[in-house]
Write a protein that binds this ligand. Structure first.
Ligand SMILES: [Zn+2]
Length: 469
């Protein structure tokens, strides 16, 4: 056979195999059905899952269900046992739950009288320091040229973000801020706090909120930097630099366990990976209301389950090894995905990450097909692929393309973008039920959700098949 014939034959073989691959890819696509996405979303967002709060048995039960789905698809477990053999879908990790925060600031005036102040009336601590102990010292005025290590610093006005982070880096202990605007706005807002400004609450005591509890990674440094809004009266005392300040802080600390659920589909290459993920945790139960989190983020969780199923059904062994990831602890600050990237020994072999967080609702009811498509700006091909598949498969989606230089915010995409890994993030944007008990499955726009999952499967397939770069 001459060289031309060989080339022609090879071309034919190539054409045939790429057509077969195409048909196989479509075979996977067909398994993404309305009834299957509805069944899984309704289950995950049912009252019996009790809002899937990280660190509770409700999240653990959800994770068991998700692992059973990966197992039934025949995915390989990601987590190795002590002998280095892959054996578990669950990647457990510990965190510390802090709650019941309290503080009691007191300042001794120049007559030696100690005056106690009340949080919420005289001062307001930003964030919740997970610290038990007593801070004490004297205050000095902020000086941009000074080193404020170990000091209590006071500031009049609104400090810039740079000022605050400089003080943190220097190791200042506390920043007392007197900002007259803060007090005006705060007292006005608080006047009707328990009555009319909340559509779902008209109680007489402060409402329990998700942020009354904090989950922090195990081993987090507890040397505090406390930022405090203070009243004018406190500022007056602080300005007399002789006054001794004491600030006892306390909270209840408990160890809790979380778990990511991770399944692997082995590719031809075992030194190149792509990861697709969503968080499955949500806000749990507060004030007796179950925060079902159908959109946030049962919808994204279902996308990962569906795409895993479609990959398996295609029968194709992808070029790159695929990791299907369901993250715990996102609502408390990306705990699961950060734990994964922090402990991952193949991080520099991960070539791309696709994320879903809230893909089921309409931000604007006049444009129900709208979806925000965030992607790392250096990878315009992701946008091109999205356009191609919407056209080719006639998907009813109207994407808002958001190329992003450094997509380190918003959701679990941040944990990957921080390490320079290119990302795609699907998100259908805010709505009135965002982080409210009304985030129910029956409000999901199913036809949009299914088309988002279809497009994501097609794009993620290409991410898995790409040549190295
Ligand atoms: Zn979310």
């Amino acid at each position: 056979m001459n060289i031309r014939k060989i080339t022609a034959l090879l071309l034919l073989v190539n054409l045939f195999s790429s057509q077969t691959a195409h048909a196989q890819k479509e075979k996977g696509l067909e398994t993404i059905t309305l009834s299957s996405i509805q069944a899984q979303t309704v289950y995950l967002a049912s009252d019996l899952m009790r809002g899937r709060e990280a660190g509770t048995s409700d999240a653990a039960r959800t994770a068991e269900y998700l692992a059973s789905q990966f197992c039934s698809l025949g995915l390989t477990p990601y987590v190795k046992n002590a002998e280095g053999i892959l054996e578990r879908y669950m990647q457990p990790f510990a965190a510390v739950r802090a709650s019941e925060f309290s503080s009691r600031l007191s300042i001794q005036n120049d007559a030696g009288v100690s005056i106690a102040f009340t949080e919420g009336i005289d001062y307001q601590i930003s964030g919740k320091p997970t610290f038990n102990g007593v801070l004490s010292g004297k205050a000095v005025a902020y000086d941009s040229l000074a080193d404020h290590r170990g000091q209590f610093v006071y500031y009049q006005g609104t400090p810039s973000e740079q000022t605050v982070s400089k003080l943190k880096v220097q190791g200042a202990i506390a920043l007392f801020v007197y900002d007259s605007l803060f007090w005006e706005q705060n007292t006005e807002k608080k006047a009707f706090q328990y009555h009319y400004n909340e559509p779902i609450y008209e109680g007489f005591s402060p409402r329990e909120t998700f942020s009354d509890t904090k989950l922090v990674p195990d081993g987090t440094s507890r040397i505090p930097f406390v930022q405090i809004q203070i009243s004018k009266e406190i500022l007056f005392l602080l300005k007399k630099s002789c006054c001794d300040i004491t600030l006892p802080l306390s909270c209840k600390r408990e160890r809790v366990f979380l778990r990511n659920v991770l399944g692997v589909l082995k590719g031809e290459k075992n030194d190149e990976y792509v990861v697709i993920g969503s968080h499955f945790d949500h806000l749990g139960i507060q004030n007796g209301y179950i925060y079902n989190g159908a959109d946030d983020n049962a919808s994204g969780t279902v996308a990962v389950l569906q795409i895993a199923k479609a990959f398996v059904a295609s029968g194709i062994k992808p070029q790159r090894t695929v990791i299907f990831a369901l993250w715990d602890g996102e609502e408390y600050g990306l705990l699961g995905s950060r734990y994964f990237t922090r402990t991952c020994d193949i991080l520099n072999q991960i070539k791309g990450y696709m994320n879903f967080d809230m893909i089921g609702r309409n931000h604007d009811e006049n444009v129900p097909e709208s979806v925000v498509f965030f992607y790392t700006a250096n990878y315009p091909k992701y946008e091109q692929w999205m356009k191609k598949y919407i056209r080719h498969y006639n998907l009813s989606l109207k994407p808002i393309y958001k190329p992003w230089d450094n997509p380190v915010g918003g959701s679990d995409n941040a944990s990957f973008a921080e390490h320079g890994i290119p990302i795609v993030w699907y998100h259908t944007d805010g709505h009135p039920d965002y982080h409210q008990p009304g985030d129910h499955a029956e409000k999901i726009n199913w036809s949009k959700m299914i088309d988002i999952i279809r497009s994501a499967y097609l794009i993620f397939f290409d991410m898995a098949q790409e040549e190295n770069e």
